[in-house]
Design a protein around this ligand. Structure first.
Ligand code: FAD
Ligand code: NAD
Length: 455
């Protein structure tokens, strides 16, 4: 469950032409939002632009529905179906919202300015500048954790952004086509068709599941001579995959993977990454080489350089290397008027879209209350409280798992019915009617015609 960002009625009734929006008002305070992901968009959707001027800075001019990104690596869903332009969101607001497609490279909490850099390949005469803010909302997400291991960035594929899904897709099809090349040595065919996923968290598990479906439903049909040579291995350092799910669902996932011939190597830690093989420390503490064709790296999050830079500036207050420390009102410790939400923060919750969405909504209500207090109204700002709506994951062969809070306990379910539930939850949480329409169309298209096997 990701927590609703659904826009259906809003988009129909409140859509405005940019020329009908009120202009920036110099008498109003300016809120600068960094990012266009889950936290930023949930904040933007709710912030009242009659109270504030709002400016958004992000290197991506679109929102990405990450829960369906693994499906895009194999073509079950097209990437454009899970992207929504940021202008679609800003056009609903009463006041014009400025958007700069750029990366924030520095935050100076003393002068209350940020430095931004144009990220496009075609730059105008100005590509670096500073922007002042009254309030800053950091929703910059997190980077891929590599533990500084050599070779990971060079040889592995991550799975966080649109370009990651495209890169995985290209590498996978390159491996398949090269394996079929004339007079390829048998051991080279085995290597090329060995797909290794590192990290048994939800990203690694969902990717392995989607890959399995693609191999079974499509690649084995189109490449019958290679059909018995495809292999998927999932490497996880802990004793089991998906530690955040109940033990019953962990067992169910591991047995489904076994049936689907996905080899799960638990208690196995990757130690070295080279261009054609990884070295792992196995459960018996032996160093073992695993040759691979495609390597997907999903070992969690670490802070982005901008977050690290801010934390270093105010290091007396920022004592955790794992993310920006905030108080219960999402205020950044040591930086007045700077707020942080979502994956860039270090908090007791898992870094999920569900958390980022709730924090964005909460922060918009804080800003609303601040404006009312300034008008003289008696409003109280209460701390953020997270409400867990449950966890869901796709595990392949049309099966999903769900841990859902129920009364005062928890319900763990898995199987085909849960998969139908998984689909309906994600469809209802999609950003716009357009996204829903496109995703349902993609599902139908891949069911009827199969997935596209072109590169
Ligand atoms: P993001 O959504 O990552 O957004 C960060 C934004 O900041 C981006 O727009 C980025 O371009 C921008 N940015 C980066 N650097 C800068 C900078 N220097 N200046 C300005 N802007 C910047 N969670 C769930 O709850 N359920 C799921 O099913 C689920 N599935 C997932 C599947 C995958 C494959 C992945 C990778 C994650 C999944 N998650 C899921 C986790 C979820 O995507 C994240 O927790 C969520 O994206 C965090 O939201 P955020 O706003 O903090 O960061
Ligand atoms: P994660 O932190 O959840 O899991 C990473 C896994 O990699 C861990 O189990 C860790 O033990 C393992 N690992 C780390 N180093 C390793 C090594 N050297 N060798 C082998 N294994 C190693 O990361 P994730 O799966 O990328 O997820 C990131 C966040 O996004 C999480 O909060 C997750 O809940 C969320 N997410 C949720 C969903 C969902 O709800 N369906 C899907 C994807 C991501």
């Amino acid at each position: 469950a990701v927590g609703g960002l659904g826009y259906a009625s809003y988009e129909i009734y409140n859509k405005r032409h940019p020329l009908e929006q009120k202009p920036f008002d110099p008498k109003k305070r300016t809120v600068v939002v960094l990012g266009s992901g889950w936290g930023a968009v949930s904040f933007l959707k709710s912030i009242n632009t009659d109270d504030y001027n709002v400016m958004v800075v992000s290197p991506r001019n679109y929102f990405l529905f990450t829960p369906l990104l693994p499906s895009c690596t194999v073509g079950t869903i097209e990437l454009r179906s899970i992207m929504e332009p940021i202008r679609f969101i800003t056009q609903h607001k009463s006041r014009n919202v400025k958007f700069y497609e750029s990366e924030c490279t520095d935050i100076d909490p003393e002068s209350k300015t940020i430095s931004i850099t144009d990220v496009s390949d075609i730059k105008g005469s100005v590509s670096n500048t500073t922007v002042p803010y009254d309030y800053l909302v950091m929703a910059i997400g997190a980077d891929n954790q590599t533990f500084g291991m050599k070779g990971v960035k060079e040889f592995a594929c991550f799975l966080k952004e649109v370009w990651d899904a495209q890169k995985i897709r290209t590498r996978l099809m390159d491996c398949v086509e090269s394996a079929g090349f004339a007079k390829q040595a048998p051991e080279e065919v085995d290597r090329l068709l060995h797909m290794v996923v590192v990290g048994g968290g939800p990203t690694g598990v969902e990717y392995a599941a989607e890959l399995h479906d693609f191999l079974k439903d499509d690649l084995e049909v189109w490449y019958p001579e290679l059909a018995d040579k495809f292999r998927i291995t999932l490497v996880e350092a802990l004793p089991n995959v998906l530690p955040m799910f109940s033990s019953q669902l962990i067992q169910y996932t591991e047995s489904t993977f076994k049936q689907n011939k996905i080899e799960v190597l638990t208690k196995t830690m990757v130690k070295e990454v080279a261009d054609k093989e990884i070295k792992v420390m196995d459960a018996n503490k032996n160093l073992v080489s695993i040759p691979y064709g495609l390597l997907v790296w999903a070992t969690g999050n670490c802070p982005r350089p901008l977050a690290r830079k801010l934390m270093a500036r105010i290091k007396e207050s920022q004592t955790s290397p794992r993310g920006v420390l905030v108080d219960e009102y999402m205020r950044v410790a040591g930086a007045p008027d700077v707020y942080a939400i979502g994956d860039c923060t270090f908090s007791k919750y898992a870094p999920t879209a569900q958390v980022a969405t709730q924090q964005g909504l909460y922060l918009a209500s804080v800003f609303d209350n601040l404006a009312r207090i300034e008008e003289g109204q008696n409003k109280k700002i209460t701390p953020f409280e997270y409400s867990h709506q449950g966890s869901l994951a796709y595990i392949g062969s049309d099966k999903a798992i769900a841990d859902l809070p129920f009364l005062n306990g928890n319900v763990s379910v898995g199987g085909v019915a849960t998969y139908v539930f998984w689909r309906s939850v994600y469809i209802s949480n999609m950003f716009s009617f357009r996204n829903r329409f496109l995703v349902v169309g993609d599902w139908m298209k891949s069911k009827v015609f199969g997935r596209d096997v072109s590169r």
